[in-house]
Design a protein around this ligand. Sequence first.
Ligand SMILES: Cc1cc2nc3c(=O)[nH]c(=O)nc-3n(C[C@H](O)[C@H](O)[C@H](O)COP(=O)(O)OP(=O)(O)OC[C@H]3O[C@@H](n4cnc5c(N)ncnc54)[C@H](O)[C@@H]3O)c2cc1C
Length: 525
Amino acid sequence: MKRTEQISKLNDSNVEWDVIIIGGGASGLGTAVDAATRGYKTILFEANDFAKATSSRSTKLVHGGVRYLAQGDVSLVKEALRERGLLERNASHLAKKQSFVIPIYKWFDGPFYTIGLKLYDMLSKKLSLGKSVHINKEKTIEQLPTIKKEKLRGGVVYYDGQFDDSRLAVNLAQTAVENGATVINHIKVTDLLKDNAGKIIGVKVKDALYGNEYNVKGKAIFNATGVFTNDILNMNDPNHKKTVVPSQGIHLVLDKSFLPGDSALMIPKTSDGRVLFAVPWHNRIVVGTTDILVEHPSLEPRALEQEIEFVLSTASQYLTKKPTRKDVLTVFAGQRPLAAPEKEGESTKEVSRSHKIMVSNTGLISIIGGKWTTYRQMAEDFINKAIQINKIPNKPCKTENLSIHGNIPAEKVDRTNHLYIYGADIPEILKLQQENSEYAEKIHPNHDYTKAEIIWAIRTEMAEKVEDILARRVRLLFIDARAAIDCAETVAKIMAKELGHDNQWIEKEVNEFRDLAKGYLLVDY
Ligand SMILES: Cc1cc2nc3c(=O)[nH]c(=O)nc-3n(C[C@H](O)[C@H](O)[C@H](O)COP(=O)(O)OP(=O)(O)OC[C@H]3O[C@@H](n4cnc5c(N)ncnc54)[C@H](O)[C@@H]3O)c2cc1C
């Protein structure tokens, strides 16, 4: 997957694409895979990098959503549990079974959560990951060694899925390309092209790296821009009604000693009525999240003081090792693209988290809401909508059993080796290390990532900027922001050599990345 090759497909302005997708997050990339595998001539434009926005900032759960079950949204939970099972089969290298423990402090909560989670198991049918069970106090402490012991009565164990969100995004982009799609990052849709009747016939795009502009024509145009949906709808009709509201959530990443072991902690009801997770991920603990409506969408949202305080104090209520600001290795914030409430006075917490598809008068098709877990079903529904309104001919969806790039049988995934996220590509990365001993060197002494993964990201994963690598190809920015700052220069130098950039480029990239990464820290560095 090389950007120069992909972008060269734009040189012929007479080409008419079947499917043009705006946005390279979970929704857009899933749609590119769906469209390409059905056999449509497909192109996707991502203004920044794949998964730069919400899709790299999730809680990393592939889940039905215990909370949605409590809210009575059974159809959403059923759909998500089915998709959870499919993803674990189709991307075994990235998605795995994760055990969660709910600690019980009040006697009534034991039977309450056990019964609720049995229902959760039942809804997942054949794709269940394991049975929920009530466990006693000793077993609860065994699974959650740092849990608060005072008044602890026991726990309930249940199983859900866990994954690496931006790695899945990159692998989806590769899968789309392998099936004939063109996908390009760092290229922004700046306007919509319309015919004399006002119907949409294409998009105008601008290459954010080199400045070139192109007009691209297509039959079906899909708006998959998450919290930026309103911007595209504005291009379509300046008088459109606000359709998406961003709801922010943050995560704090801590050292594994705050919650040793393999199990995740789930607090089903925090003081703000949400759930809080503390989940092991890449040998660290990810704790979150929050749910706060914000006025404007942002590509780089920042955690609010009230969110940081909330996560730290809630975690401290349940953990014997209490986290403080200085223990936070990274803080990252993301924004949910929630459907704006339709009824007066309704809050976003009451709005269903299932996805909605809208067709504008001009023919633009937009998707809003949804979750990473359901991206495949969302993409199927999105393309089906275009068929239904006669934009493209009917062809059946093929993604239910489609292996995603890198997929290998689950039993062959060795999670003790940090390269496991590359699945079927591992031998190629090892080959790079063998061919050039410098590539076997680590980029940071405290982390396993080697120069080979940087080379791999440049040559095959369309990484164009230092941030693309350190944030979304290897996840260093999301697990240890200080370490990411420390190795920005090393990465920039490797990139400059591979891509033919000069010293000025290195300096600019390093400064840009360091400024960005400082926003992922809670204390000055
Ligand atoms: C805090 C938090 C925790 C979450 N946890 C989970 C979880 O554990 N499990 C789960 O299943 N889901 C979770 N979600 C939900 C999930 O992350 C989102 O539903 C999903 O990532 C949204 O993907 P998207 O593609 O719709 O949007 P995005 O990922 O935001 O993608 C939209 C893309 O469009 C691009 N774009 C915008 N304008 C243009 C333009 N003009 N031209 C070209 N491109 C453009 C943007 O750059 C962006 O990359 C969570 C969400 C949040 C906020």
